[in-house]
Ligand binder design. Structure first.
Ligand SMILES: [Zn+2]
Length: 207
């Protein structure tokens, strides 16, 4: 027999699935909602449901958006000959908050990670290839900046991208660059401060 009602256990379990949340924090969060007014729980539930309803992936960059084509992809002010390839939507937020990049983005949706069973078919490589092709129709040369995290998986993914564009590289239609190593190995791009990110972007090198 469990000490806690099933409904309370369910909420603890759901919170424990969040990144960085252990069982203790999950319990604390659950008790917070148990103690607070019913309205608080309703607000949280409604916010989550509204997010699920309203948010989609931009069909060009695959960042989260409430429009089919996000504001960045549809902006005339963004440089169309620079494409920054990142792992997750939060990486776009890190670049945008730092205000150091004026090109376009592409969100891969992860990195190749054999340890976690994530293969190349689960990453948006096909979509990246299509997006680069589309951009090349309107510009003579394109710089693809690979801004995956400086981890083993991030490096493996960068190598895969180079392979993916072998023929475009040979024809010198595109140039592939990688962020400079101002970022410590194993660092998470989304947590990098503005200066570190700026140095990493400015010091990017061809690969
Ligand atoms: Zn977009």
């Amino acid at each position: 027999m469990s000490v806690l009602p099933k409904s309370v256990e369910n909420v603890i379990n759901e919170f424990s699935r969040l990144p960085g949340v252990g069982p203790k924090s999950a319990s604390r969060m659950t008790y917070h909602y148990l103690r607070s007014s019913k309205l608080d729980a309703t607000k949280l539930a409604n916010a989550l449901l509204a997010m699920e309803d309203e948010v989609m992936n931009c069909k060009k960059c695959f960042n989260v958006s409430d429009k089919e084509v996000c504001d960045i992809c549809s902006s005339k002010l963004r440089k169309q000959d620079k494409l920054c390839v990142v792992e997750e939507p939060l990486d776009v937020v890190a670049f945008e908050n730092s205000g150091i990049f004026d090109g376009l983005y592409f969100v891969l949706g992860g990195v190749i990670s054999p340890a976690e069973g994530i293969g190349e078919e689960e990453i948006r490589f096909k979509e990246l290839k299509a997006r680069v092709g589309e951009l090349l129709e309107s510009c003579d040369s394109l710089e693809v900046i690979v801004a995956t995290n400086p981890s083993l998986e991030g490096e493996a993914t960068a190598s895969y991208i180079i392979d993916l564009f072998k023929s475009e590289l040979k024809d010198e239609k595109i140039k592939i660059t990688r962020l400079a190593m101002g970022l410590p190995t194993g660092a998470d791009l989304e947590y990098a401060d503005r200066l570190t990110l700026k140095r990493a972007l400015e010091g990017r090198r061809g690969i």
